[in-house]
Design a protein around this ligand. Structure first.
Ligand code: AMP
Length: 200
């Protein structure tokens, strides 16, 4: 299965992405995790990524598209993949389209996790306390919600118009949400190509 998971920062994408990946036996590729790993290096690029992430803005499309294209070229993506946090801009959608087109591997489904803003902000503030992520302070959280609404939320319409979008309520206990997600994905993908989806 080849899919994207989308939703506002704090909707629980990372948690659900890991569960989905495990369940369907595909790699979960999180650009946020890749950038967090990258920003600790002592290089000009790492310094740039660090500053952008700490401000709540987006890393450039050029850098982001390049790391994703390289990751998708690895052999573990041959069986499918889940992209978490990518694409986030129209330019990234276009690049992903071109990369997948070249591989001859179109997306099967785009999962949108729904969550209201107050709930996600509260969740991120709690995570800032427990995990101490540098990009989780209150001001950055507000900027990230705003950037998401402006640049990334409109992409949902693109995938809706391609009839790939599946929306799932992201609020509730983790297991409750993942059951909802598996049911929605099985019926979307199974329904689309007419065959049952293999679960691990
Ligand atoms: P996330 O963990 O997905 O919320 O990402 C954390 C941060 O990494 C974001 O606030 C951005 O600064 C950066 N980032 C992650 N994915 C992307 C992307 N697709 N495009 C640009 N910046 C990204």
């Amino acid at each position: 299965m080849r899919l994207l998971i989308m939703g506002p920062p704090g909707a629980g994408k990372g948690t659900q992405a890991k569960l989905i990946a495990e369940h369907y036996g595909i790699p979960a590729i999180s650009t946020g995790d890749m950038f967090r790993a990258m920003k600790t290096a002592d290089t000009p690029l790492a310094q740039q990524v660090r500053e952008i992430m700490n401000s709540g803005g987006y890393v450039s499309d050029e850098i982001t598209n390049q790391i994703v294209a390289e990751r998708l070229a690895q052999s573990d993506c041959d069986a499918g993949f889940l992209l978490d946090g990518y694409p986030r801009t129209t330019a990234q959608v276009n690049t992903l389209d071109a990369v997948l087109d070249k591989r001859g591997t179109p997306l099967d489904v785009v999962l949108s996790l729904l969550a209201d803003e107050d709930a996600v902000v509260a969740r991120l503030l709690k995570r800032a306390e427990t995990e101490g992520r540098a990009d989780d302070n209150e001001e950055t959280i507000r900027v990230r919600q705003h950037v998401y609404a402006e640049q990334t939320a409109p992409l949902l319409d693109v995938y809706r118009s391609r009839e790939l979008l599946v929306e799932v309520d992201g609020l509730g206990e983790i297991d409750e949400v993942s059951e909802r997600v598996f049911t929605a994905l099985d019926s979307a993908v199974g329904g689309r190509d007419g065959s049952p989806v293999t679960r691990n």
